[in-house]
Design a protein around this ligand. Structure first.
Ligand SMILES: [Cu+2]
Length: 687
């Protein structure tokens, strides 16, 4: 296992030494980080930034896909599980989303131009990686300056400027730091702006985007081996389309504050603390960026906000890690009609989700051949919501409101996670990995407290209205994993087979609630009855792999293959929005100061769709991407490329349906087309 690291590194360096100079290039690479294909977490291979969205980079990881509801609204899917099931840690913190439809999905807080690294815990995520990790853990960090090397003050920084043709967009980012061996202070800012995206046959309306970020931070070292830091990130996303959802983003605006302290004790043990606080406001509507509804009574604008805070404590000694985590989030969503001052609906009123959790993890060698990474975690999750009010639709809605207000809404759940991953070396060039785990997730606030049929579903974007269910039970997954790392000379391949057996899987099922159906008939134009969040039984299984082959000193081939199948065990229906079989294959030619790559993305048809969600099938397609990198001097990097070289028209199975009226190129509830040909160029300069 550990030997593999060095063998892999030597293969990588033999071929990729030229790129070692690019170490402040867009992303860490196999060669640059000195890690290998099977480092855990597995780092994202290098690829130029072609869009503002860091999720377009993240989806290059094996088993990882993106449910895309807008240019800045990417929901991470890992092995068929998505949304709250995937634990996305951003600069060490799980972000709470202001939007009840995840318009501000976690990765939207990190522009691609500011990505430091993106890493994935392949397969079973260790319990230390987060509180609810039923669908795995993805780690994304912004670019952070280092401490200086001596007492002298040093100035460092990185600037990125990029332009793309489709959508016509530009992105800029600057990180500037002043540091010495004991202090570091930095300021970082970014701006993303883009017009509507085009495809062969028209435009996606609206799909413009605008986002600014600004961060400042300070860190210092003290004593023998102690370090502390503080930073604040401001984000301001404005006028950004989400054609797959019933409204668009007017703004997502707010701050994330983080503080951390870590220290090494005299016995060599390590102790660390982290605090975070988040305050984000959000406004969305259905008339500013898209064609407004004909009826003035159907205009809507929705104000939402989230306040969240949390703490992490870690104690690390030799093979053990012990930890305590907690976070508390408060959510509000109120819907208005700008044409009718009397109208309002409290969609969520002070909905809360608080998590308190402890874990212990052990990692080490069991004997001569077997190693083990194992852990247990206990979490206590409390959700609650205040009584709601509305002054708009009457009758059945009033009945639902009163029923909700009279219900006992405070619910608590106790979650137990246990994970064990065994590894051993079978041969000098072959390692085996066996994993088994039990993971749980408590219901989200939307799944519990959506009291009337609305579409506030953390971005399901299936066109259905949903009714919450206060009495939902937590999901319990039993996970099995069988993996190989095969690494003969100049080849690496790491396939993973997995099986998830999930009891009490939460998804919408047809409701027989006559009051809800009546309310839905009054409010919704879809003509479909609402679905209600329910506990069902499900299973997911599949295979994913990454691979790399050094053909000669200059030519290399690499890629990923990801396959997942998701079914209900109680009815046999397919699970909703499951990624089709996807392969990425890239052939590169590498020289010391430049590199060229031709990539093909092959995506199979998805005919295993959910009939419960009235999901539409998609056909298969292939996209060709060209990319290049040139480093005229050590500190300057130029990257450029063309994605979707042949301007192929296609439908991304995870891209959702058009919810916008009046687009001459795409019918309402037709699948949204993928983006057409996009030529881009980036300049990166470090000092
Ligand atoms: Cu929203």
């Amino acid at each position: 296992m550990f030997k593999f690291k060095y063998i892999a590194l030597s293969v990588a360096t033999a071929i990729l030494i030229p790129t070692a100079h690019a170490d402040h290039f867009e992303l860490s690479t196999i060669a640059v980080t000195g890690s290998n294909l099977e480092a855990n977490p597995y780092p994202l291979p290098e690829f130029p930034v072609a869009t503002p969205d860091s999720a377009d980079l993240a989806k290059r990881l094996p088993g990882t896909h993106i449910n895309r509801n807008g240019p800045l609204t990417p929901i991470v899917q890992y092995r068929g599980l998505f949304s709250d099931r995937v634990n996305v840690m951003l600069d060490g913190v799980r972000v709470s989303q202001a939007g009840p439809n995840s318009m501000d999905a976690s990765l939207s807080y990190l522009p691609a131009s500011r990505v430091g690294e993106i890493e994935l815990y392949r397969g079973i995520a260790p319990v230390s990686s987060g509180i609810e990790t039923i669908g795995g853990t993805l780690v994304a960090n912004s670019r952070q300056p280092e401490f200086g090397s001596g007492r002298e003050v040093e100035f460092h920084g990185h600037a990125h400027a990029g332009y793309a043709s489709n959508p016509r967009s530009h992105q800029t980012a600057v990180t500037a730091s002043i540091s010495n061996e004991n202090n570091r202070a930095y300021i970082a800012a970014s701006r993303d702006k883009g017009r509507d995206a085009r495809f062969d046959g028209g435009r996606i309306l609206p799909s413009q985007h605008n986002r600014d970020t600004l961060s400042v931070g300070y860190g210092f070292k003290f004593g023998q081996a102690s370090e502390a830091g503080f930073d604040v990130q401001h984000v301001n996303t404005t006028n950004t389309g989400t054609a797959a959802l019933p409204m668009d983003i007017q703004y997502v605006r707010g701050e994330n504050y983080r503080a951390n302290l870590k220290t090494e004790l005299s016995n060599g043990d390590q102790l660390s603390f982290r605090l975070h606080y988040q305050d984000v406001d959000h406004l969305m509507d259905n008339f500013s960026l898209r064609q407004a509804p004909d009826l003035a009574a159907r205009w809507r604008e929705t104000f939402t906000d989230v306040l969240a805070r949390g703490m992490q404590i870690r104690y690390q000694m030799q093979n053990w890690q012990l930890g305590f985590d907690m976070d508390q989030s408060r959510y509000n969503t109120t819907i208005f009609n700008p044409n009718n001052a009397m109208f309002f609906v409290q969609n969520f009123n002070n909905a809360s989700r608080d998590r308190y959790s402890v874990f212990a993890e052990w990692g080490g060698e069991l004997n001569e051949v077997w190693s083990l990474q194992s852990g247990v975690r206990y979490s206590h999750v409390v959700t609650n919501a205040d009584a709601v009010d509305s002054n708009g639709p009457m009758g059945a809605v009033v009945a639902l409101r009163d029923r909700f207000n009279e219900a006992s809404r405070r619910k608590s759940n106790d979650l137990f996670d246990i994970a064990a991953v065994f590894t051993r070396e079978l041969r000098s060039d072959l390692d085996l990995e066996l994993g088994i785990a039990r993971k749980q997730r408590a219901p989200s606030y939307q799944e519990r407290y959506l009291w009337a049929p609305f579409e506030s579903t953390a971005g399901l974007a299936d066109g259905n209205t949903y009714l919450g269910n206060v009495n939902l039970k937590p999901e319990t997954a039993y996970q099995f994993e069988l993996g190989l790392n095969w690494h003969p000379r100049q080849i690496q391949i790491s396939p993973r087979l997995f099986y998830h057996h999930i009891n009490n899987f939460i998804q919408g099922t047809p409701t027989t609630d006559a009051t809800a159906i009546m309310a839905n008939n009054m409010m919704s134009m879809s003509g479909r009855d609402p679905l209600q969040f329910s506990n069902v039984d499900a299973k997911l299984y599949g295979l994913d792999t990454n691979w790399f082959a050094a053909l000669t000193d200059h030519w290399q081939l690499e890629g990923t293959v990801s396959y997942v199948r998701g079914k209900r065990r109680d009815t046999g229906d397919n699970l909703y929005r499951i990624a089709p079989l996807t392969a990425r294959t890239m052939l590169s030619y590498v020289e010391p100061s430049w590199q060229l790559g031709l990539e093909v993305e092959t995506i199979a048809a998805q005919r295993k769709v959910s009939s419960t969600n009235l999901e539409q099938k998609t056909s298969g397609y292939a996209l060709f991407n060209l990319s290049g990198r040139y480093q005229p001097i050590k500190d300057l990097t130029v990257t450029a490329g063309i994605n979707n070289l042949f301007d192929r028209r296609y439908q991304d199975h995870l891209g959702g349906y058009n919810r916008v009226m009046g687009n001459p190129d795409i019918g309402v509830l037709d699948r949204l087309p993928g983006i057409g040909r996009n030529a881009y160029v980036n300049l990166g300069y470090q000092w």
